[in-house]
Design a protein around this ligand. Structure first.
Ligand code: B16
Ligand code: MG
Length: 224
């Protein structure tokens, strides 16, 4: 293995390529109101990077209602949320790509650094299509094929394996704590987008996606 040689960048989707959290919030809020469970934008922060069924568990916990529903009913609730969420996703346009992402993807393409998306969202392919970003990625992970969600490293390891690169030659970009833990556990260098307190475990912290720049990342990667 050639050490310190950057070969791939693996991106989280929600919070890194676009802000789909607001649509997740609207959809969960509709369901929480229907079930009479308190839910607000602050609590929604806890759901970032967390899978759909785990998100539902967290919401039910907030209303002390985790034992109130059968597993079958929980699946039905999550399905209803997803149907509403999918309708909201039609509002997404290429304008919703977060700052700096296009330029960064162009930089990576120009020097043939591989790219992948490691999102736990089953709606990732549709969102990438709406954003017109699908053409930039060499591999898009299928959340359904990944046994364990973040903070387990599985999805990032799957990205590296499918790109044919060693995880040690990759940078992972995330906005959620569970995602940073997954990147670190996969043996990749972690770049966290967010505040110092949110991104404590990231090897490199960036205040915004606008700061993603290949020259700086390569330099940092070689030193790490
Ligand atoms: P879905 P990421 C995550 O996306 C979201 O941050 C999280 O809030 C959501 O529950 C999860 O996807 C599952 O999404 O219900 O569409 O399958 O950050 O991993 O890109
Ligand atoms: Mg995210």
């Amino acid at each position: 293995m050639e050490k310190n040689n950057l070969k791939a960048v693996v991106f989280d989707l929600d919070g890194v390529l676009t802000d789909s959290a607001k649509y997740h919030y609207q959809a969960w809020k509709m369901l929480a109101d229907k079930l009479g469970i308190p839910f607000d934008e602050e609590y929604n922060e806890k759901l970032k990077g967390v899978s759909r069924m785990e998100s539902l568990e967290l919401i039910l916990q907030n209303g002390n209602a985790q034992d109130k529903y059968t597993q079958e009913k929980k699946v039905a609730i999550a399905t209803e949320k997803n149907e509403f969420y999918k309708q909201l996703l039609h509002q997404i346009t290429p304008e919703d790509v977060l700052p700096g992402i296009h330029d960064f993807l162009e930089q990576l393409k120009a020097v043939c650094i591989n790219t992948a998306v490691a999102s736990v969202s089953h709606n990732a392919p549709f969102i990438l299509e709406r954003l017109e970003l699908d053409k930039y990625f060499d591999y898009i992970c299928d959340a359904a094929q990944v046994p364990r969600a973040k903070p387990f490293p599985d999805i990032f390891l799957s990205a590296a394996q499918n790109l044919g690169v060693d995880p040690a030659n990759c940078i992972g970009v995330e906005d959620a704590q569970a995602g940073i833990q997954a990147i670190n556990a996969a043996g990749m260098m972690s770049a966290g987008v967010g505040t110092e307190s949110q991104m404590q475990e990231a090897k490199l912290i960036l205040p915004s996606t606008a700061k993603l720049e290949l020259g700086m990342l390569k330099e940092y990667f070689q030193l790490a």
